[in-house]
Ligand binder design. Structure first.
Ligand code: ATP
Ligand code: MG
Ligand code: MG
Ligand code: MG
Length: 573
């Protein structure tokens, strides 16, 4: 490629609405052009990067056994009504009417359409599993479009959807996608982290986000440097957390224990107020075992979500004698010595939360162990405590013990670039997407969905790789891998001949190279390519050529290296 024939439009200053470095640099490098709020033209220089990102995504998706298709950008409302998401999606979903007054959604995602495709195409377990994907334009009417391609309204997403005959199959498909994502983000050459993401369900982690690590990331990630534990802040906060000091030991119930304990009852016993926000309760259950010996069990009940709760249902526990808040010692004994944490959610707890009746303002429930200075500051369900504010909740902090007990937690910031999700039968049941199983009976398809923010990757890559001169693209997604910078292309026959020869030779060797034949002075030529972020530069000058040399400089190198003319192609490759 020759610069004179390419579209290069660099700017000295970024527009004033560009707040973060990647947005500023992409605008200055002429990669995108704003058309409206959150809507951008992908200029040739930007599109080259997008195509490279897409190529890597496509290659790894294909290798993982996914099949490409493309679903309509404009989708009939009826499909969205089938799942109830026509209403649920709210104003983020862009809607249009056709000339007949019929409603359509502009796709923000495509679960409905893909489920509609498979329900008429997949009839038998023999056709499963299937994983289909598209690389398509999405539109989300974001409340706050910002940061250029990072949070656009129109953007490109790779979205994949897997269909399996059973849960094990779905989990296998999920793992295959998780692995493919790991390969994809490694190939981009970016520092990233996969974190457990909150699913809103207690226990079991059915969703992971992939984040590019960057200080400007919108999300906080919690991880343990000495173990595999990693979660986004939301999911980390959903883990049970208990203050370090003992809760006051209070007896809640003496035998005979009722099956269902009403919150009002608990409140009355303890003299507490309802209507406060708390997240977990550590309980000790005292009962007799089969031989009539007294045993204690520690239960951890984690309650979250925005539903209003009014009862704690105690399933029948044989021999239950009493039911009280756990002491610190009991917590440590049951869940390890880790201060501040109780370890993984006790999914085996024999306590169910019943949410069938509404108690005003009560969104969560009960922890007896919260005090000033501990994790749930201001979140007590206690006597005379102030109404808690969500902003007061400081659940996970740096240095807290890791829930797996294998170290302490660190926090860093990330940009969500991918999200994988096990959906189960949520969509297939609502849309009656069934297949005939081995016994000839219809069963709902087990589904997973997997997104990558293709255009967001550009912003994320820059947030991680830049300096005061501009962008520093990783080789794999650079708009051009190499720029040839001839000194006096329009003046020196020697330089021109060598530049043309090297261009042809590198192109023949499969290198994505651009020759700057615009006849610019070295200062502005270098500044342009440093801003654009091409990772390798070769300077072709008369003086060097007379000694048989060219000058190579990597985008992160302090100085240039002389490389003999004859060795340059090998050196670059
Ligand atoms: P966010 O939390 O940033 O709003 P999301 O969780 O709503 O993202 P998903 O529905 O999980 O997004 O979509 C899959 C991927 O699409 C995301 O991981 C992200 O990389 C990308 N994406 C989502 N919204 C945008 C957007 N407005 N602009 C660019 N990319 C986006
Ligand atoms: Mg979103
Ligand atoms: Mg998100
Ligand atoms: Mg997401």
């Amino acid at each position: 490629m020759r610069a004179s024939r390419f579209f290069i439009s660099t700017l000295k200053e970024a527009p004033s609405d560009a707040e973060i470095v990647s947005h500023k640099l992409m605008m200055r490098a002429g990669m995108i052009k704003r058309l409206g709020s959150g809507i951008y033209t992908y200029m040739p220089m930007g599109l080259k990067v997008i195509r490279k990102v897409e190529a890597i995504v496509r290659e790894e998706m294909n290798k993982a056994g996914a099949i490409e298709l493309v679903m309509p950008f404009v989708q009939p409302a009826e499909l969205w009504q089938e799942t109830g998401r026509w209403d649920k999606m709210g104003p983020e979903m862009m809607r249009v009417k056709d000339r007949h007054g019929r409603d359509y959604a502009i796709q923000p995602t495509s679960e409905e359409v893909v489920t509609d495709v498979v329900r008429s195409e997949l009839k038998s377990y023999r056709q499963l599993p299937v994983n289909v994907y598209q690389i398509q334009t999405k539109f989300r009417d974001e409340r706050r479009p910002r940061f250029g391609l990072m949070r656009g309204r129109e953007f490109t997403m790779k979205d994949a959807y897997s269909f399996d005959k059973d849960i094990e199959g779905m989990q296998k498909s999920y793992t295959a996608m998780f692995d493919a994502y790991t390969k994809i983000f490694s190939r981009f050459g970016l520092k990233f982290r996969a974190v457990a993401a909150d699913t809103g369900a207690i226990g079991g982690s059915f969703s992971h986000e992939f984040h590019v690590i960057a200080q400007t990331g919108e999300d906080a990630l919690v991880y343990c440097p000495t173990s595999d534990y990693a979660a986004n802040m939301e999911a980390a906060e959903a883990m049970p957390l208990i203050a370090q000091r003992a809760a006051p030991t209070q007896e809640l119930f003496k035998a005979p224990t009722p099956d269902t304990v009403k919150c009002e009852q608990v409140a009355e016993l303890l003299g507490l107020k309802l209507s406060q926000t708390v997240k977990s309760i550590a309980l000790t259950v005292e009962k007799e075992d089969a031989n009539g010996r007294a045993v204690k069990e520690n239960w951890l009940l984690l309650i979250r979500g925005d539903h209003e709760l009014n009862e704690v249902k105690v399933n029948k526990v044989p021999g239950l004698a009493a039911f009280r808040f756990a002491t610190e010692a009991e917590i440590r004994e049951a869940y390890g010595t880790v201060p501040g944490y109780l370890g993984p959610i006790a999914t085996k707890a024999k306590v169910n939360v019943v949410a069938d009746r509404t108690v005003a303002n009560m969104s969560d429930f009960v922890c007896g162990a919260n005090e000033e200075g501990f994790h749930f500051t201001g979140a007590n369900w206690g006597r005379d405590c102030p109404e808690p504010q969500v902003a007061d909740l400081r659940n996970v902090i740096e240095g807290d013990a890791s829930p797996d007990g294998k170290g302490v937690l660190a926090i860093e910031r990330g940009i969500e670039v991918g999200h994988v999700f096990q959906l189960g039968t949520a969509y297939s049941e609502k849309m009656e997407a069934t297949f005939l199983d081995e016994s000839g009976k219809p069963a709902p398809l087990q589904m997973g969905c997997y997104g990558i923010g293709v255009t967001r990757i550009l912003g994320a890559a820059i947030e991680q790789n830049f300096d005061d001169k501009g962008i520093i693209w990783p080789d794999a997604i650079a708009p051009f891998e190499v720029v040839l910078a001839p000194m006096g292309y329009d003046r020196s026959e020697l330089v021109k001949a060598e530049a043309d020869r090297l261009l042809a030779e590198l192109e023949a060797a499969g290198v994505d190279v651009i020759l700057d034949d615009r006849g610019l002075r070295p200062g502005s030529m270098f500044a342009d390519w440093e801003l654009i972020g091409v990772p390798h530069r070769v300077v072709i000058g008369e003086r060097g050529l007379k000694d048989g040399n060219l000058e190579y400089q990597g985008r992160r190198d302090e100085a240039a290296t002389a490389v003999p003319v004859a060795d340059m192609v090998g050196f670059i490759k």
